[in-house]
Design a protein around this ligand. Sequence first.
Ligand code: C5P
Length: 229
Amino acid sequence: MSGKLIIALDFPSAAQAIHFVKSVSPEQCKLKVGFELFVAAGPDLVKQLVDQGFDVFLDLKFHDIPNTVASACKRAAELGVWMMNVHASGGDNMMRAAKQALRDIQSPAKLIAVTVLTSMDQAQLNRINCQLTPREQVNHLAHLTQSSSLDGVVCSAQEARMLRSLMGDDFLLVTPGIRPAGVNQGDQSRVMTPAEAHAAGVNYIVVGRPITQAENPLAVIRQINEEMS
Ligand code: C5P
């Protein structure tokens, strides 16, 4: 099975996603299905990717009452996904219920949490009446995630080194905002290269447009996998 690279399949339709996936293999990468593609293509596409042997990260960031989130996680696990996520700000009761739901159906799916969205800066946190700095809030929610027995967090590359030293080696760190050296940053402002993320202790990196919009996606995948090996 593939290593540390998760490709974000941010396509508007199943047809476009399937066309791209034909050019890659489960040995080269894992795949992430987020809101856009899931709303457009639904669970059938997720199942299709799983049946093709891909590890699929279902990135739907569940955030609701514990019972609803637990049920949604069960349904996701039944699709055979490799990893899924919830919002840590949904609280520890919610996270524990989600984890327990996966245990009840003996699912090996990994469950991780989003701490603070990278789009939330200090001003945005203050406006939802959170007086901590983004870094303090990330730290707080990462500990809540760990004490709720989840497998890890989605974090920005800038937080990876701090979280690796605070949370220990068994806690998964999954990091978007990665740009191979020499590639356009696009709308991601604070980026890291795959090699830097690897050095910071990240377990998996999420890369979208630098691969999906490249003239030669396979060459970029090869370069990233070499940097991370
Ligand atoms: O195209 P790009 O490499 O920027 O895609 C990154 C992926 O990671 C997208 O699917 C985006 O939604 C997701 N993501 C992110 N930043 C976060 C959380 C998720 O870029 N904080």
